[in-house]
Design a protein around this ligand. Structure first.
Ligand SMILES: [Fe+2]
Ligand SMILES: [Fe+2]
Length: 313
């Protein structure tokens, strides 16, 4: 039996009977049940576990979808009212919503109205968090540290895109949320590749050709969803275009690239550089910015200057 990690913060907050058993990890392979289905989480007991250094809680893989459904329901209730929660509760909530959404979209390749709605909830919660606390992204990203690269990357690109868009001077709330959602979904097409690019340091020419297809594959998948905005589709399609015309899939030049896509492109590269990959260590923010500054013509210079202003202090 596989066990998947969950957050107890959310279950503690909403005192409803559990619909699944909760475990802690004893050894690499053994787990002990600490709450059973129909129990209500006992906060004191959880506090005792935390005192002993037990901070990870699990459900059986079979129960994960029930747990997700619960988180998803709370997501519907809480989206847009994150300011009413402590920063810890908000971040825990975002973490679980991100896990659920990415688990469905990337690992199960299940992209439908339901998962896109959850992705929208993730983004609006992130925007609310950033509105309340501009440094809130640090906490959200630190909670993602144990997640697969694609999960960390998607949320980081969404957060940085929103922050960049605001600093750039975009005020329209709807544009900001399209940028956040486009950032979150930008690499959704990666889930359709025949290999995981994260496992490969140097791509073969065939693999490179396949990778070049991910923006279009993502767009095609999202295009099936009722109500998905063209702005979001354009971001997904154009996030690897470069102002110098050397990007893909269409080699668009300069201002022909949609502004939100130029913003997401900058956030995308920055996010991937500052995160540890399977084949290299992470770069510091300063080093990442200097690498990007050397790549003349690859990024919108004005957006890059905004990014520098945000992180060179
Ligand atoms: Fe990409
Ligand atoms: Fe990316």
């Amino acid at each position: 039996m596989e066990y998947l990690e969950i957050s107890l913060e959310i279950l503690e907050k909403f005192k409803r009977p559990l619909k699944f058993d909760v475990y802690i990890k004893r050894t690499e392979t053994s787990y002990t049940k600490i709450f059973k289905s129909d129990d209500v989480i006992d906060r004191e007991r959880v506090a005792q576990y935390r005192k002993k250094g037990v901070n990870s809680f699990y459900v059986e893989e079979n129960d994960y979808s029930i747990y997700c459904l619960y988180v998803e329901k709370i997501g519907d209730v809480l989206a847009g009212s994150i300011g009413k929660f402590t920063p810890e509760e908000s971040s825990a909530f975002i973490k679980e919503l991100v896990n659920f959404t990415m688990h469905e979209m990337i690992l199960k390749n299940n992209i439908d109205e339901r998962t896109i709605k959850s992705a929208g909830n993730v983004v609006s919660s992130c925007i609310d968090t950033l509105n309340t606390n501009p440094k809130g992204f640090v906490k959200i990203l630190s909670l993602m540290s144990n997640q697969p690269y694609i999960v960390k990357h998607s949320i980081a690109v969404s957060l940085f895109s929103v922050m960049l868009a605001k600093k750039y001077g975009i005020e329209s709330e709807s544009t900001i949320s399209h940028i956040g959602l486009g950032g979150f979904l930008h690499d959704v097409g990666v889930g359709q590749l025949t290999f995981d690019p994260e496992d490969v340091e140097t791509l073969t020419p065939e693999q490179r050709k396949e990778v070049w297809r991910h923006p279009e594959l993502g767009r095609q998948q999202l295009d099936q969803i009722k109500g998905i905005r063209t702005e979001v589709l354009q971001i997904v399609t154009q996030h690897h275009e470069q102002p110098n015309g050397r990007g893909y899939p269409n080699g668009l030049l300069g201002l022909n690239i949609f502004l939100p896509a130029r913003i997401v492109a900058v956030a995308d590269t920055f996010s991937s550089l500052i995160v540890k990959r399977s084949f290299r260590d992470s770069f510091s923010c300063e080093k990442a910015l200097s690498i990007m500054a050397e790549e003349t013509g690859k990024f919108d210079t004005k957006i890059l200057a905004v990014l520098n202003g945000m992180f060179i202090k």
